[in-house]
Design a protein around this ligand. Structure first.
Ligand SMILES: Cc1cc2nc3c(=O)[nH]c(=O)nc-3n(C[C@H](O)[C@H](O)[C@H](O)COP(=O)(O)OP(=O)(O)OC[C@H]3O[C@@H](n4cnc5c(N)ncnc54)[C@H](O)[C@@H]3O)c2cc1C
Length: 561
């Protein structure tokens, strides 16, 4: 069964059930009426099918509706709606395809509300917005926790692709059932049924029919309909490149302020923050929040306001020689936009260690989340790095690991590491910090089995039978796709605002008559926010702050005409 950190309002199980399937009051239904059309319904009538797009929401004035999921041989019932109830789940807001079939079981009258009208209603009516959003998030969560999706993943610990595939589905909030081929006794039978060899694992069975072998994120996104078609002729107000904290913040503010906005994300929403087990310094979350949960909340928020999201697509080029600007995707599609927010952040460094690539996903990891942590149960683990993300990973993984070695190249933990993390590491008997140490070797057959590290001061090389290494060794900016379009600093980060005209910037690239706005790059109307920006403080809060400020500046550029 899949696990995920999808946002769960903090209530008891009983409350959750009530809040997932609330009854609307007559006054609330009256407020919905102007947005819907009355429809007489009859027993057996199918109102929506699995994989249908743009399905309507139905408010039951009288009669009954059952929602089921077809299985190979029959159907499983998900819910029975009664009068004053309403249909739908988060796909109504995200615009994704239906995961279920809706069948009338008792004649009556329903109020049919299109997705477009539902969005208008949510934007205008705060009370109904809260009821619908909470119900839809909780319903999706129930689907996820019970594995009631239209997807089955057959995977194995022997292949790194399994972890990546599960992460992709989780980060996109898509429910799925996981079958572990290493432990499931019927696994071979399942593989035989679909004619799959062990080399083709992981396998994703999409909607019970299509079988994808070692699928790419794009193949999964296409099969599940995660992306809605985009209109290439539309000139958008703003395109946001990257769906990490800064990109999602820009999307929330832009969409809530009435701008047409599209976010394009290489993989799945969340960015680097999505690989964080617990962010403890983000305002308003005193007990911490996982990066995945924060991203899922932000994504729902952005989509509630009408932001469009495209996942599993790389932006490969910004055509900067004309306005409106053109954004080119990996499939050759070109999208036109008046302004751009570049929120492409940074990518983790992949240090030059022999065999590193061979063990990615099977012993070598770049994030420590609830996906990777269970693999370390009762085992010895190595975390490489002395910065905040390494510290956070060490503290988190030490809860499950038998013992954890932190390999730090210098003589101390990074000066930038938060005080609270340093104290937790120093006081944790399960963590040993090895200063002056660097990893030099990784060995094993199909899975990592031995790790070698060297003490730079003494030259001593130590080999330990360790099966899990977390590489948290900093990041480089994701700006290669920009070619020569923008002024970058010596490390490749984007120079913005007043820095462009200072001694450090490349002032000759700024050609407009007015000075650049705060987060504006050397191209007027193109902004940079978050980790990708030169001088940015590499924190979730600053990424979110800059994402939202950039939208304020986008308005100014749009007003220039
Ligand atoms: C393990 C870890 C733990 C952390 N813990 C904390 C913490 O506790 N507190 C804290 O404040 N900060 C923490 N950070 C730092 C924080 O996560 C980052 O500062 C923040 O995520 C930056 O957000 P961003 O949106 O600017 O960039 P990113 O998070 O890097 O997101 C950029 C996004 O852009 C996408 N992208 C890149 N290139 C393209 C392209 N060409 N086309 C389309 N999409 C593209 C990427 O796939 C990515 O999703 C942590 C970082 C890590 C790695």
């Amino acid at each position: 069964m899949s696990t995920t950190s999808y946002p769960l309002p903090q209530t008891s199980a009983l409350d959750q059930q009530t809040q997932a399937f609330p009854k609307l009051t007559p006054a609330q239904i009256d407020r919905i009426r102007p947005y819907g059309k009355p429809r007489q319904v009859f027993p057996g009538e199918i109102l929506f099918e699995v994989a249908d797009e743009h399905i309507s929401m139905f408010v039951l004035l009288s009669g009954r509706l059952e929602v089921v999921q077809p299985t190979c041989s029959s159907e499983r019932q998900l819910v029975k709606h009664e009068p004053s109830g309403f249909s739908g789940e988060i796909a109504m807001i995200s615009g994704r395809r239906s995961l279920a079939r809706g069948r009338v079981t008792e004649a009556g009258e329903f109020l049919e509300v299109s997705q477009e009208n539902l969005r208008s209603l949510i934007a205008k009516d705060a009370e109904l917005s809260e009821i619908f959003m909470r119900a839809y998030i909780l319903r999706r969560l129930l689907l996820i926790t019970h594995g009631f999706g239209d997807v089955v993943v057959l995977g194995s610990m022997h292949c790194g692709g399994t972890l990546r595939l599960r992460e992709f589905l989780s980060r996109n909030g898509h429910p799925y059932t996981y079958i572990d081929l290493d432990t499931d006794s019927h696994a071979q039978e399942i593989l035989d049924r679909f004619n799959v060899s062990s080399k083709e694992v992981p396998v994703l069975i999409c909607r019970g029919t299509k079988v994808l072998r070692t699928p790419t994120p794009l193949e999964v996104a296409d099969c599940l309909g995660l992306n809605n078609p985009v209109d290439e002729s539309q000139v958008r107000d703003v395109i946001v490149v990257g769906g990490g904290p800064s990109g999602l913040a820009a999307a929330v503010y832009a969409a809530s302020e009435g701008l047409s906005v599209l976010v394009i994300e290489t993989n799945a929403p969340g960015g680097q923050a999505g690989s964080s087990s617990k962010i403890e310094n983000y305002l308003g979350f005193p007990t911490g929040v996982s990066g995945n949960e924060l991203a899922a909340r932000a994504l729902n928020q952005a989509q509630k306001f009408g932001a469009q999201m495209m996942v599993a697509h790389d932006v490969v080029r910004l055509h900067c020689d004309r306005r409106p600007y053109q954004i080119e995707l990996d499939n050759g599609q070109k999208l036109i936009t008046r302004t751009v927010v570049i929120a492409s952040g940074a990518q983790y460094n992949k240090p030059d260690i022999p065999n590193r690539a061979k063990f990615e996903g099977v012993g070598v990891y770049y994030g420590a989340t609830n996906m990777e942590a269970p693999l370390c149960e009762g085992e010895e683990v190595v975390v490489v790095g002395g910065g905040n993300s390494a510290g956070q990973a060490a503290v988190y993984l030490s809860e499950r690991a038998r013992h954890l070695y932190m390999l730090v190249r210098s003589e101390q933990l990074a000066e930038t590491m938060s005080r609270y993390l340093i104290e937790r590491i120093e006081n944790n008997p399960k963590i040993t910090v090895q200063y002056n140490s660097e990893i030099v070797g990784l060995d094993g057959d199909w899975h990592l089995e031995n790790v070698q590290w060297r003490n730079k001061a003494t030259g001593e090389v130590k080999t330990c039978p360790i099966r899990h290494v977390f590489l948290m060794t900093g990041a480089v900016p994701s700006t290669k796709w920009l070619e020569d379009c923008l002024a970058l600093d010596s490390k490749g980060f984007i120079i913005t605002g007043p820095d462009l005209l200072s001694g450090n910037g490349d002032g000759s690239k700024w050609t407009a008559t007015r000075p650049p706005y705060l987060l504006e790059t050397s191209l007027p109307g193109v902004f940079a926010a978050g980790d990708v920006r030169s001088g940015n403080v590499k924190r979730v809060a600053s990424a979110v702050g800059e994402g939202s400020i950039s939208v304020h500046l986008v308005h100014r550029v749009l007003a220039e005409g």
